[in-house]
Design a binder for this molecule. Sequence first.
Ligand code: 5GP
Ligand code: ZN
Length: 115
Amino acid sequence: MSHDPNCIFCKIVAGQIPSKKVFEDEDVLAFHDINPWAPVHLLVIPKRHIASMADVTDAEAALLGKMVALGPKLMKDLGVTNGFRHVINTGPDGGQEVYHLHLHVMGGPRPWLKG
Ligand code: 5GP
Ligand code: ZN
């Protein structure tokens, strides 16, 4: 399925729910997390609905590479100069809450980082 009408991130891609977008091309969208865990907390998502990393195949390798490589560029654009982390939560035990694949990219001054 390329668009799931019940999926909150598909609704963001379609513009049905507002978001603070920082980057968009034909394949991916990046926007600020609504409930940030860090001074700068972005979500990078594929525009096409993929539920989680558990659904990724070799066919998505280039797409995932693009998502991961976008992180450093966006952090630089947003003035994060001292480091950041990439996180992908997968499945219930991985802490995934939204079942549309998303990469968290979090940066900014470090006191927020625990564990
Ligand atoms: P997960 O736990 O699935 O890895 O993370 C889901 C993330 O999506 C959370 O950090 C949460 O704050 C964020 N999120 C959930 N709903 C929305 C929304 O409607 N807009 C935005 N910008 N972020 C959302
Ligand atoms: Zn979706």
